[in-house]
Ligand binder design. Structure first.
Ligand SMILES: [Zn+2]
Length: 486
């Protein structure tokens, strides 16, 4: 699956900024994508979103990975920081007969100014700063006139424009209730150097039916509750509460098994980062496949158990945060210090299983969203570093190598290889980095403390939703087959 050493180096030069963890080197699986006849799955199903991005002037995802930095200074300091809540309100422009509102869960619209009665400028601000470029927006708009077309510009105080707008007249938890904005109605603006996106202008046709506009389809804590409650109707699914979030919301826990309490366990977490909806679109089919009624899933559940924390940051999700929890902290940088209650509750439940039940953890996965699909892995020894090299001898991270750690890395690698084989026209991309003693992400903690093969599963911003669903199902099947040694 891994490229030749040369192609790893070439890719590394263009992908350093993308990395969620310092020192990442990216590897890309070799696929037949470029040789495949006709349209590939990814090319075909992402064509519409890519077309809109291109016509709007936004980079395609493979280029845009260079444009974003994930860890602003201070992200590893996870002690509480003040945040600013947006004022929940309706912005009423009576003269223009146009109304905007952020009064719903998941909304983000800090301010709106009227330029003339059909031109408006929105101001979007994060919960606090510094923050990475995950500039979230979600609002609704309407007019009391039969119909009115407006120009609406999104501007940002701490970031660049990122998400292609999705529109809905009747939003639901089903992503199919949303559609991409028409490419002719969407224009992205760049800075004077022509490199960085600054803002975007949308042409919106309003009427008395409320129009919802959002960076991604909305799926908030109440949707997680409803989805979890639906799953918990199955006799082998138990829904409980891990603990309370910073603002007192329940952190959902699902246990899925038909085996005993001490059965080997798969750990699944998601939505530490509020806007990362496509991660949820992968999580849902992944978990539903493990809880499915196929012979494979039935056999799997008789031997294994599954622990799911599907929404680790409900406060951030419901308040339309760009990245952080209600204490202004990036939760996926708190898995070393555990200053924040949300990761602490997940940790405590898992350590209780490890220490009192002697649970063996056989896989850990954390679902996220980034500009393009990528799987973050950890491995030792790092690729292309000989055990007798000077670098190997001097870098403390490499000393964490042992045969069991190598087996964990191998398990993840094989899982990705077999997933790749299921989807020959889709490109599985791996961003691999060495183990470090105090890695602060969930994936590193799963590897370090639970000794679980571990991966951070990132679905792309604008990857086709059908494809995300298919890969969620397929990769869950591969996992069950591997654990059952099929
Ligand atoms: Zn994330």
């Amino acid at each position: 699956m891994r490229c030749s050493p040369l192609s790893i180096l070439v890719l590394a030069a263009t992908s350093l900024i993308l990395s969620a963890c310092a020192g990442t080197r990216q590897t890309t699986s070799s696929t037949e994508e470029t040789k495949a006849e006709g349209k590939t799955i990814s090319a075909e199903t992402s064509a519409k979103a890519r077309g809109i991005m291109r016509e709007a002037g936004l980079r395609l995802s493979s280029d845009s990975t260079k444009a974003y930095s994930y860890d602003p200074p201070g992200s590893l300091n996870t002690s509480d920081k003040p945040i600013q809540y947006q004022k929940k309100q309706t912005f009423a422009f009576d003269r223009a007969n146009v109304f905007f509102s952020n009064e719903f869960d998941g909304a983000r619209l800090n301010d709106v100014k009227m330029i003339d009665d059909s031109t408006f400028v929105a101001v979007l601000s994060p919960e606090n700063a510094p923050i990475n470029y995950s500039a979230w927006y979600a609002f609704k708009a309407w007019t009391k006139a039969p119909s009115k077309t407006i120009r609406f510009t999104l501007t940002y105080t701490e970031a660049r424009h990122r998400y292609v707008p999705k529109l809905s007249r009747k939003p639901s938890a089903d992503w199919r209730s949303w559609q991409y904005i028409d490419s002719a109605a969407y224009k992205v603006h760049f800075d004077s150097a022509g490199r960085e996106t600054t803002s975007a202008t949308l042409r919106l046709t309003l009427n008395r039916d409320t129009l919802w506009v959002s960076g991604h389809e909305l799926f908030t804590s109440s949707d997680f509750e409803a989805w979890s409650a639906g799953l918990a109707k199955l006799p082998f699914v138990k829904k409980s509460v891990l603990g309370k979030s910073s603002l007192g919301k329940s952190l959902i826990r699902l246990d899925i098994t038909e085996a005993g309490p001490d059965a080997p366990c798969v750990v699944i977490v998601s939505r530490q980062h509020p806007p990362e909806h496509t991660g949820t679109l992968a999580l849902l089919p992944f978990v539903e496949t493990l809880a499915g009624d196929t012979p494979l899933a039935q056999e799997f559940r008789k031997k294994f158990r599954v622990f799911v924390a599907p929404c680790v940051n409900p406060d951030g999700v419901d308040n339309g945060h760009w990245r952080h929890n209600a204490h202004g902290v990036d939760l996926n940088r708190d898995w070393n210090n555990f200053n924040q209650p949300e990761p602490r509750h997940v940790r405590d439940a898992l350590l209780k299983m490890r220490d009192s039940l002697k649970t063996q953890f056989v896989f850990g996965v954390d679902f996220h969203t980034t500009q393009h699909d990528v799987f973050y892995t950890v491995s030792n020894p790092p690729m292309n570093t000989a055990r007798d090299s000077a670098e190997y001898a001097t870098n403390p991270a490499f000393k964490q190598f042992d045969d069991k750690a190598a087996l964990r890395s191998k398990f993840v690698e094989t899982w990705l290889e077999r997933t790749q084989k299921l989807f020959p026209t889709y490109q599985v991309t791996i961003s691999d980095s060495p183990r470090t003693p105090n890695g602060a992400t969930s994936g590193r903690w799963f590897d370090r403390e639970l000794l679980a093969p571990s991966v951070t599963y990132e679905a792309g911003d604008e990857t086709s939703r059908e494809l995300i669903q298919q890969i969620g199902v397929g990769s869950a099947k591969v996992l069950m087959e591997m654990l059952l040694k099929k």
